[in-house]
Design a protein around this ligand. Sequence first.
Ligand SMILES: Nc1ncnc2c1ncn2[C@@H]1O[C@H](COP(=O)(O)OP(=O)(O)OP(=O)(O)O)[C@@H](O)[C@H]1O
Length: 476
Amino acid sequence: MPLINIIRGETIPVAPLNVRTPVFKLPIWAVVVWETIKALAWLVATYIRHWYATLPATGLTWLYLAHGWQALAGLVAGIAAISTGWAFGHRLSWLRFGWWPILARVRRLVYRRRWMAAMVTAKLSVSYDKRTIIPQIRRVRCRAGCDEVLVRMVTGQIPDDFAKASERLAHTFGVRQLKAMPGPTYATVVLVLMRGDSLHATVEPLPVPDALDFTALPIGAQEDGDLYRLRLFGTQVLIVGATGSGKGSVIWSIVRALSGGVADGLVELWGLDPKGGMELGIGRPLFARFASRDFAEMAAMIEQAAATAQERAARLAGQTRQHVPTVDEPLIVLVIDELANLTAYLTERQLKDRIKAALGIVLTQGRAVGVHVVAAIQDPRKEVLPARGLFPTRIGLRLSEPAEVDMVLGDGMRDRGALCDRIPQTQPGIGYVVLEGDPTPMRVRLTYCDDDTVRDMAHDYGRLRLVGGNAAGGAA
Ligand SMILES: Nc1ncnc2c1ncn2[C@@H]1O[C@H](COP(=O)(O)OP(=O)(O)OP(=O)(O)O)[C@@H](O)[C@H]1O
């Protein structure tokens, strides 16, 4: 046992004067009057605070007392008829100004009822000076399939504290998923509680865009109801997903969005399908160059893409920061299915080194000069794909382990709601992406192009013609 205890740190000074609350003896009638005034004040405050419920209740009671139940029934029927007409006539405005605000009031009561227990059990309450302080609900808004709860955090809390507890909170409030994102001020956090699943059904192929916008290629649906648009300019795209997670559907969704450009000659797709052409072969006429069995040919293709990127970069240096595709100098997109076959599983060491070196050049120098890579892979580990960090855009489909989520989408993304490892096998094509300017991941579902759709697309937009399954010539 030490002789003297030394505890380092700042000692809070004791106040020079300590006083106790004085005790006054009051007559009973004064206590009764005071408590009555307090109760009346509370009633008035509650009446005013919940005006949306108390005012209609007062009006209805007055109507009943003054004109009887017939008038009351007539009014209720009239309101129901107007509301139904509005809902059928202009559903959007009815939802926005009628239904959702009412629903939000009701949901606010529901959340408030469970709020304290939820905050305490999720360890989001703070103990200070023998008091327990919990975050405050500021506002509840309802939207299609989700509720947005604006919360005032306790001093010292950050939105990531809520993100870390999101799964616990989701179960507490009985919703499918909960996302926490920074609120409009530094002191607030917005909790998005997902109720239904807008991505439950397969998303049909979208119409091929007439005018190509390489900064917003429509390839799927977002959980919030918007279209998921992929920015291809200035980036390289990596699709990661376990077997059967729908990597093929991401590839074909992107190819479909680009197919108008293929027909016009503004886009050249180079297909590399190391699995023997199983995935990409069906859309062969869409690809200006294609390799499926010969790894030396694939290495040569990537090297040629690297040389093109270097040549364009040298020529465009100092002139422009973004290459604009033309028929003479089209956008080149290397579409690679199962990239690990080229970077990890290839047994010929020399060939593998050539591929890695050329791929590194394309990934680093190609994005501003119109040479892009859209690659799919099952295993995101660095040993399998050392160049993972060179893909700025990553789409995480169903993954086998929680740790893989942060590897694919970035640190902390699983905590912020990207539950790739929880996507059921029965929902292929669903994944998470990180959108520009949004710190929380977005759940998306890619469109599903079945074999017939891909064949039709290849027929309508492909520049090669197939005779007996073989490419029969150049541009059609
Ligand atoms: N976006 C989607 N929507 C609905 N169903 C899909 C979607 N994508 C794929 N599927 C279904 O899931 C099955 C497997 O998809 P797919 O072959 O694309 O997965 P994968 O990740 O490429 O698998 P593998 O790694 O084995 O090639 C498809 O046959 C299809 O039935």
